[in-house]
Design a protein around this ligand. Structure first.
Ligand code: UGA
Length: 435
């Protein structure tokens, strides 16, 4: 099929290259010329495992091209995916649909023949109707079916998630789109991924409901972890004990410093707004957001407590800055609040992250950066592990301890075992474990 992917950001790029890898002809369009030129040179603007190799292979095979000419791409395409950003609108938390609307107008001006327009961006319920109305108003001749096809990719595992999805959700109102979407995802039948067809508004809501539920699940185990600390129970064992119940399931029960990233914070906020607009309050989600915000700040107090109640003039080493491993994404990363809390209390902070330091420089001011975990440990009064990158899982503990001024280790991801750390002479603080 001939596919145009509008928006060469995270979602657009991953989806575009994976569709090309299925054998479709894909043009990834973006109005940022510099980005398109860089992509043509084979430079990938984001860090995502496997993405660069897949882009290279599909460009070489002639199935994937990059362009800033939306009109030409829209004219030639049978299917146009819209994967432009929907950031939180400043001030009110609503999803900002400016880019989606603008693309709808551009598409209307150029489409030829029956075309399926698919929103991939996470958009509030009813946006598909708006897109259809914008296209119809701008070009009454345009023959389009607007479909909602939300993405469920995780950063750091996006290509794997694309190729082996738990499900694909397609929301449509025009039956002609069903055969087209079946064809787009045909290669996935081999993996027996269920393709679920729903109404358009239902598909739009499934996306928000899924992310909000996952954010709630993480927040639930985080609160249980706090309770475990007070009661002498072990949160990891509680998580396993409840997760073995198939109705609950074992995933997303890893207690930590709170959720971050480009999706959960933005989507939970947007769902609350959708609820308010429709006089159907999302109270569990509202509470989840509040608990998570407090939690990120509480993590810096945990570090202060581990340092004996005072960090003024002390050097705190931070391991991991990105909101999770295998990404360079710093958006809403818990590290930002934790580090600010430490700086406010007069600490000096030295940090290392395998991929996130460039992005971190523009969001966190007033800290120093080091080139490895051991360099961070040099002279530190405490180490805080914030992001569970693989390279932090098997650190040489003797070397680390020898480099530190005081061997305090605050492990916000429970990467290490308390007995092991005690044996190695560390004062160790984890999450949700008996002291
Ligand atoms: C999330 C969803 O998992 C994807 O399905 C969805 O497509 C995506 O948002 C999106 O809407 O685009 P992502 O933000 O990449 O993906 O990251 P997750 O792996 O879901 O992690 C989110 C946050 O929860 C991270 O801060 C992570 O550290 C935290 N988390 C996750 C925990 O603290 N504990 C867990 O057990 C799981």
């Amino acid at each position: 099929m001939k596919i145009a992917m509008v928006g060469a950001g995270y979602v657009g790029l991953v989806t575009g290259v994976c569709l090309a890898d299925f054998g479709h002809d894909v043009v990834c369009v973006d109005n940022d010329r510099t980005k398109i030129e860089a992509l043509r040179r084979g430079e990938i603007p984001i860090y995502e495992p496997g993405l660069a190799e897949l882009v290279k292979a599909n460009v070489a095979a002639g199935r994937l091209v990059f362009s800033d000419d939306l009109a030409a791409a829209a004219r030639a395409a049978e299917v146009i995916f819209v994967a432009v950003g929907t950031p939180s609108r400043r001030g009110d938390g609503h999803a900002d649909l400016r880019y989606v609307h603008a693309v709808a107008r551009d598409i209307a001006a150029s489409v030829e023949g029956f075309t399926v327009v698919v929103t991939k961006s996470t958009v509030p319920v009813g946006t598909g109707d708006e897109v259809a109305a914008i296209i119809a108003a701008a070009n009454p001749e345009a023959d389009v079916a607007v479909v909602s096809n939300p993405e469920f990719l995780r950063e750091g595992a996006a290509i794997e998630d694309f190729k082996r999805p738990d499900r694909i959700v397609v929301g449509l109102e025009d039956e002609r789109a069903r055969a087209v979407m079946n064809e787009v995802y045909r290669p996935l039948y081999l993996n027996q991924a269920p393709l679920m067809f729903t109404g358009r508004r239902t598909a739009e809501l499934i996306k928000y409901a899924a992310n909000a539920f996952l954010a709630m699940k993480v927040t639930f185990i985080n609160e249980i972890a706090d309770l475990c600390e007070r009661t002498g129970a072990d949160a990891q064992q509680v998580a396993r004990g409840i997760g073995l119940d198939k109705r609950i399931g074992p995933k997303f029960l890893h207690a930590g410093p709170g959720f971050g990233g480009s999706c959960f914070p933005k989507d939970t906020l947007a769902l609350v707004k959708i609820g308010q607009d429709n006089e159907s309050p999302m109270r569990l989600v509202e509470t989840t957001i509040a608990i998570n915000d407090q939690r990120k700040r509480a993590m810096s107090r945990r570090v202060v407590a581990a340092c004996g109640g005072e960090v003024r003039g002390k050097t705190i080493g931070v391991l991991g800055l990105t909101f999770k491993p295998n990404t360079d994404d710093m958006r809403d990363a818990p590290s930002i609040d934790i580090i600010r809390g430490l700086l406010d209390r007069g600490a000096q902070v030295v940090a290392y992250d395998p991929q996130g330091m460039d992005a971190a420089r523009s969001v966190i001011e007033g800290i120093a950066y080091a080139e490895s975990a051991y360099a961070v440990a040099e002279g530190a009064d405490a180490l805080v592990l914030i992001t569970e990158w693989n390279e932090f899982r098997s650190l040489d503990l003797d070397r680390l301890k020898a480099a530190m001024q005081v061997p305090v280790f605050v492990d916000l991801r429970n990467v290490y075992r308390p007995e092991e750390m005690a044996r190695n002479g560390f004062h160790y603080v984890g999450i949700g474990r008996p002291a």
